[in-house]
Write a protein that binds this ligand. Structure first.
Ligand SMILES: *Cc1c(COP(=O)(O)O)cnc(C)c1O
Length: 376
């Protein structure tokens, strides 16, 4: 039993940390996600033993290939490391001298083309490997024409990023067709695109050469893991550009127990009842939106299936009749409370939202109660 003020962890209690209710989804800054029991068990099971690490990586890769429909797979140290080794693989390949040379790219193709609306903070992971980002999509002509002329003899890869508010009028298939016609690989960041489970195979089927997903978001594996899937030669190059090899990816280490755990998380994820989970999330969002009914100037809704939202999300829109605290003030007050409740604000406008995906049973009621008090 834990007291109401306990974080739920003896270790974190001993460090004096505060309990947090996470209404912001699987964000790294609050600790990623929760590992289900079988995933935790796999971690403990594998932690106190030795194996041949190269063999482990290869066997894990075979399983990832099966789950994703790709030629090959690899466990990486988060989707961030996935991006780093995507870039390294496309620049250095499996050439031992080039692998040791990175991040110095002298003599290699080293530009990654990125669509103007896909620019994002994580592109630093590509640059860490030595790549230079080259933006396309703001010049004259159709997007297809712009991409075609942007590809030149320095292009190592074209990236395609999936994420909230990052849409591109060209589909992944269209980008793949243009890039492949010039023999250039397409690398995909799909870090937060699970669930739905279909996405595990979708981007590979659409022709992406390398796709990376976070292991510690919707998959609910260790936060420090990710998976990479794609073309066999490029996955092999990625493996050689990563720990345990001396390479630009040596600092991106995944431990054996993390590999064991993310494979169990993957297996659980593909066989679980996603509809039932979604229904549970929706129920929690109904509880939460009910807290915002009958206030002037406040409109609570559930946004279900919105690609910019994580799960069926409880959203509160404020209009000009609202004379209470701003969404940012409510957010700050809830985070300062005990338990500390973290909610999101302002992606579409001046709204407040609660994603149910990282909540657990009983927390929706606590969030609803706190919100009702904040709105009153
Ligand atoms: C979360 C995220 C990442 C980083 O993933 P990690 O697994 O935390 O390293 C990269 N790209 C996008 C779009 C993300 O949402």
């Amino acid at each position: 039993m834990t007291s109401t003020n306990s974080t739920g962890s003896k270790q974190f209690d001993a460090l004096g940390l505060k309990k947090i209710i996470n209404g912001r989804s699987w964000v790294t800054i609050l600790g990623g996600s929760r590992m289900p029991e079988e995933v935790q068990d796999a971690m403990t099971d594998a932690a106190n033993t030795f194996i041949d690490f190269h063999e482990l990586n290869k066997r894990a890769g075979t399983l990832i290939a099966e789950y994703t429909g790709a030629e090959a797979g690899l466990v990486v140290a988060g989707a961030s490391a996935g991006l780093l080794v995507q870039a390294a693989a496309c620049m250095a390949g499996s050439d031992p001298d080039r692998i040791l040379q990175l991040p110095d790219t002298n003599g290699m193709k080293d530009e990654i083309l990125i669509f103007e609306n896909h620019r994002f903070g994580f592109e630093i992971c590509y640059r860490t490997a030595g790549a230079t980002l080259k933006e396309w999509g703001k010049d004259e002509g159709t997007l297809a024409e712009q991409l075609e002329v942007a590809i030149d003899e320095k292009t190592a890869a074209v990236t395609y990023v999936f994420g909230p508010w990052m849409d591109c009028a060209l589909t992944l298939r269209e980008v793949v067709a243009i890039a492949h016609a010039k023999d250039v690989p397409v690398i995909v960041d799909a870090a937060a695109m699970l669930p739905p489970a279909d996405n595990l195979t979708k981007y590979v089927a659409e022709g992406a050469d390398l796709v990376t997903f976070s292991g510690g978001k919707g998959l609910r594996g260790p936060q420090s893991t990710g998976i990479l899937a794609g073309r066999a030669d490029l996955v092999e190059a990625a493996r050689l550009n990563m720990s345990p090899h001396a390479s630009v990816g040596r600092g991106s280490k995944v431990a054996k127990e993390e590999i064991a755990a993310v494979l169990v998380a993957l297996k659980r994820f593909v066989s679980m009842d996603h509809e039932a989970e979604w229904a549970t999330w929706r129920g929690w969002s109904e509880t939460i939106t009910a807290s915002g009914r009958s206030f002037d100037g406040l409109r609570p809704v559930i946004e279900d299936g919105d690609p910019n939202r994580q799960g069926p999300t409880a959203v509160f829109y404020f209009d000009e009749r609202w004379d209470g605290p701003s969404s940012k003030e409510i957010q700050a007050n809830l985070a300062a409370g005990n338990p500390s409740i973290h909610v999101g604000v302002g992606n579409y406008g001046d709204e407040l939202y609660v994603s149910p995906v990282a909540l657990e049973s009983g927390e929706a009621e606590t969030v609803a109660e706190a919100l009702r008090a904040a709105f009153s």
